[in-house]
Write a protein that binds this ligand. Structure first.
Ligand code: AP5
Ligand code: MG
Ligand code: ZN
Length: 217
């Protein structure tokens, strides 16, 4: 299965992708996570991406298309994958169509997570992740079972993203509306767009996504 999770910053793409990855055995491909790893490792890609990311602007299509083209060649993508944060422009969507055509693969569904802009700032400024295993949490909405200890791996080290502040969120939302929202009619016209209510609580959103996945094929 090849699935895209589409939605504004803070919509819950990463949260749901981690759940689908474990329940459906689909590997999560998050361009945001890959770019943050490249920035941390100070690779050539990371050096090019850093300023765009910290300003809440999109990294160039060329960089992210290159990252995804390489990544989907890897063994763990053979049985399908779940794209989180890619594509984000019509040019990226066209590049993905070409990649899939060349491999004789088909896109099964694009799941749009609908969330009001007003809820996103709170979600993003309250977010943190485990430094060891990347499990996501939120100050109010999703706390670890034992305070300060990761449910998944037991680590007590957590981190926050450099772009998770109010100013950058505003710019990320602008990029979403101007550059990414045009993908909704793009995929709507292809008949693969499914929408879920991303304002519902986290387990409810998972159930809605599982319904969509269960009705495919
Ligand atoms: P990226 O890392 O993709 O960030 P984003 O799209 O801004 O999305 P987020 O990761 O912030 O949100 P999310 O939807 O994953 O929400 P989450 O599940 O964490 O991209 C970062 C940057 O990299 C971009 O700005 C750009 O510069 C660059 N980039 C990446 N891909 C690119 C591309 N293709 N092209 C160009 N540039 C690219 O949830 C947020 C919080 O809310 C969490 O704390 C969670 O616990 C909580 N939460 C989740 N769901 C719910 C719910 N239902 N109710 C209550 N709380 C919830
Ligand atoms: Mg994310
Ligand atoms: Zn952990």
């Amino acid at each position: 299965m090849i699935i895209i999770l589409l939605g504004p910053p803070g919509a819950g793409k990463g949260t749901q992708a981690q759940r689908i990855e474990s329940s459906q055995g689909l590997v999560q491909l998050s361009t945001g996570d890959m770019l943050r790893a490249a920035v941390a490792a100070e690779t050539e890609v990371g050096k090019k991406a850093k300023d765009f990311m910290e300003a809440g602007k999109l990294v160039t299509d060329e960089i992210v298309v290159g990252i995804i083209a390489d990544r989907i060649e890897e063994e763990d993508c053979k049985n399908g994958f779940l794209l989180d944060g890619f594509p984000r422009t019509v040019a990226q969507a066209e590049a993905l169509d070409n990649m899939l055509d060349q491999k004789n693969l088909k896109l099964d569904a694009v799941i749009e997570m609908q969330v009001d802009d007003g809820a996103l700032v709170d979600r993003i400024t309250g977010r943190y992740t485990c430094s060891e295993c990347n499990q996501g949490y939120h100050d109010k909405n999703l706390k670890p079972k034992v305070d300060g200890v990761c449910d998944n791996c037991g680590s007590t080290n957590f981190k926050r993203r450099a772009d998770d502040n109010k100013e950058t969120v505003t710019s990320r939302l602008e990029s979403y509306h101007a550059q990414t929202a045009p993908l909704l009619p793009y995929y709507g016209d292809k008949g693969v767009l499914k929408s879920v209510d991303g304002m519902a609580d986290i387990d409810d959103v998972t159930a809605q996504i599982n319904d969509v996945l269960g009705n495919l094929s």
